[in-house]
Design a binder for this molecule. Structure first.
Ligand SMILES: Nc1nc2c(c(=O)[nH]1)N[C@H]1C(S)=C(S)[C@@H](COP(=O)(O)OP(=O)(O)OC[C@H]3O[C@@H](n4cnc5c(N)ncnc54)[C@H](O)[C@@H]3O)O[C@H]1N2
Ligand code: MOO
Length: 625
């Protein structure tokens, strides 16, 4: 029952704790009071078992409720059962402009045979109705006026002709017609909302309707710490070897999205004393502490050591991907979550472990995540024995098709554009195959107007830049384009293996000078074939090439290869003429790749933009132009 927010992906198996760590001799222990040990993840704890251990050791404690103005309650969690002390509507309310009557007096009225009634006065909206009526009488009312005593219905103004202080009624009304009766929305003492309800704008509408100006709420204060000497605040210049701090931003905003109160404590360097002080402060000021990074196997990974010193490490290392080295601990009775450092790992650790815990703290109602069924558009390989989460992008075909949002690992920018993710249970060994049904947990609305899938080159970038509408972009190589063409997905596709309506002849070139360090195209790219042919011309097999040449990178796009050469990361690479020119690199032409551009009807505008851009790049295009 406690794990109701977790994926019921498996039955829990008994687990061996994570006991084995061994000391490596002399690992620069300068700043650490205790001996530095290198942790080895031999046994990974099952996610559900670990979560239950955490609940047992640190039962979720509900923070003190506090009262806020209704307008400030959006997104928080109700900390009280809300009972209405009034009836809504509070009095019989008219729902049209017209004349309040005793319905009996209108019976038999028709276009040819109107009924004549005496007008006794008017009740304006917002006034108390004091005029009483009897059969044969009427009172003029506005929409929302209080129904006068003695009336039981309202004749709309359209069916009435005013004659001095009398009216002619051309239609009969039945008792109750055009009246909203008290208690029909809510009756006094009715339980309207219950504790744990997430306050949305609709809940606020309900609360305002029953006159609640203030409301008791809960949230959880969550201290957020990023760790690492390599982290630089976005907006500042990025020195070599450094990366921007993503987790402070993604974790605090995700917590806010779920109605919690993040307290970002910034980036703490990999320094034992500083980290310890930061953790102590965090535990003092927050209900829950979330750190990211510094949880893994390296001697610089300090979080679990410090948590162990200040309190207790409950679990370290989960059968979970991405984010295996996550640590669940407690200091002074407060839970401390040491999330893995990679931004995607930290994100999924938060989503699947921290948020479910926080929801128990605010007694949130269990809600089922938004999911859709999709057909797998790719092979998805699970991490052995680990519950694996893979960000996916959905294209429409016959239902949805799920593609990996990136063909690279830890590709947070690509993931940030994904529609959702799939979860492969830890019990599954075999990959998810193309065509298999998968369930996709949605991040948002996956619908779209235009999409592109397949191989890319700079002319595709140019086309997307000039195209004025948003395009769902899946540069995942030839395979994606081929599948899209076979299954007629709602997209434009580009691939040598696809069927299409136009052929683009892309000139393939080499850049740089033949040397040992070679920038290799990703095997999903149309350029890969040219790399293989090059090896063949040198009398090399791929296996021998790997021995003799230094393969620097496996690049999904011609642009990335140019970048590698330009920056001196590689000496030699395979790319396209247009990309080489865009990067100002001298090139040598080695062949032509014939790529097919195809599209589903309705995608013509995007396809035309891409074809035009290919022509502008100087490629031969058939049958276009
Ligand atoms: N020898 C081993 N190495 C690693 C193992 C292992 O089992 N044995 N596990 C790998 C796995 S799996 C993961 S996940 C990572 C997690 O490592 P840490 O949690 O200790 O995180 P860091 O090493 O500090 O960082 C990892 C990576 O993420 C970047 N990072 C960290 N914080 C941020 C941030 N706030 N914003 C952006 N990027 C961040 C950091 O620069 C690193 O590149 O360990 C593997 N290694
Ligand atoms: O668990 Mo780590 O996130 O696989 O890379």
């Amino acid at each position: 029952m406690y794990s109701r927010f977790l994926d019921p992906a498996t039955k829990s198996k008994p687990l061996v704790g994570f006991k084995n760590s061994y000391a490596l001799p002399k690992f620069g222990a300068s700043r650490m009071p205790t001996e530095r040990k290198r942790k080895v993840f031999k046994k990974l704890e099952n996610v559900d078992v670990a979560f239950n251990k955490l609940l047992e050791k640190v039962p979720p404690k509900s923070p003190e409720p506090f009262e806020v103005d209704l307008l400030d309650s959006l997104g928080l969690y109700l900390a009280e059962d809300v009972v209405s002390n009034l009836s809504i509507p509070p009095f019989p309310r008219t729902s049209v402009d017209g004349y309040a009557v005793n319905s009996v007096s209108t019976w038999g009225a028709s276009e040819d045979n109107p009924v004549r009634l005496k007008v006794k006065g008017r009740v304006k909206v917002g006034e108390e109705a004091r005029i009483e009526i009897a059969p044969g009488e009427a009172v003029e009312v506005d929409t929302g006026s209080m129904l006068p005593p003695g009336a039981d219905a309202v004749v709309p103004i359209e069916y009435v002709k005013e004659e001095g202080n009398e009216i002619l009624v051309f239609r009969s009304v039945v008792p109750g017609e055009n009246v909203l009766w008290p208690g029909t929305d809510v009756y006094p003492n009715e339980l309207v909302f219950t504790e744990g309800e997430r306050i949305t704008s609709r809940v606020i509408a309900g609360l305002a309707s029953i006159g609640r100006g203030k409301v008791k709420v809960r949230t959880v204060k969550v201290a957020v710490i990023s760790t690492g000497n390599e982290l630089v605040e976005p907006g500042k210049e990025l020195p070599p070897g450094k990366v921007y701090d993503v987790n402070t931003y993604s974790l605090t905003t995700r917590l806010k999205e779920e109605g919690f109160e993040p307290i970002p404590l910034g980036v703490i360097p990999d320094d034992y004393e500083k980290m310890k002080r930061a953790l102590e402060k965090a535990v003092e000021i927050a209900d829950v502490v979330v750190t990211s990074g510094s949880t893994s196997a390296g001697p610089e990974d300090l979080v679990y050591r410090i948590v162990g010193e200040l309190g207790e490490v409950i679990v370290h290392g989960l059968a979970f991907k991405p984010g295996k080295p996550v640590m669940l601990g407690a200091v002074k009775g407060k839970p401390v979550f040491g999330l893995a450092g990679h931004p995607d790992s930290a994100y999924f650790n938060l989503e699947k472990i921290v948020l479910p815990y926080l929801k128990l703290m605010v007694r949130a109602k269990s809600t089922s995540p938004r999911k859709v069924k999709a057909t797998s558009g790719s092979t998805f390989t699970p991490a052995r024995g680990r519950r694996t989460h893979v960000p996916v992008t959905l294209l429409e075909g016959n239902g949805y098709w799920a593609f990996p949002s990136s063909i690279s690992d830890h590709a947070m920018v690509s993931y940030s554009k994904s529609d959702g993710y799939i979860v492969i249970p830890e019990t599954r060994r075999a990959p998810v195959e193309v065509g298999e049904e998968v369930e996709v947990y949605l991040f948002g609305d996956p619908s779209y107007s235009y999409a592109f899938i397949g191989d890319v080159d700079v002319f595709v970038d140019e086309a997307l830049r000039s195209f004025k509408e948003p395009v769902k972009f899946l540069p995942i190589g030839s395979f994606g384009g081929e599948l899209a063409s076979k299954t007629e997905l709602k997209a434009v596709w580009l691939s040598p293996k696809a069927s299409g309506k136009a052929t683009i002849r892309i000139e393939v070139v080499t850049v740089g000078n033949e040397g040992k360090r070679i920038a290799v195209p990703h095997s999903n790219s149309f350029l890969y074939q040219f790399y293989l042919e090059y090896l063949k011309s040198k009398g090399l097999t791929p296996a021998r090439a790997r021995k003799e040449l230094l393969h620097v990178g496996s690049y999904p796009t011609p642009q990335a290869i140019c970048y590698a050469i330009k920056e001196g990361m590689a000496e030699f690479g395979f790319t396209t003429r247009a990309s080489a020119e865009a990067y100002g690199l001298p090139y040598k032409r080695i062949g032509v790749a014939e790529l097919k551009l195809g599209w589903k009807e309705g995608q013509d505008k995007l396809a035309e933009a891409i074809l035009r851009s290919a022509e502008e790049a100087g490629y031969e295009v058939e049958p276009f132009g």
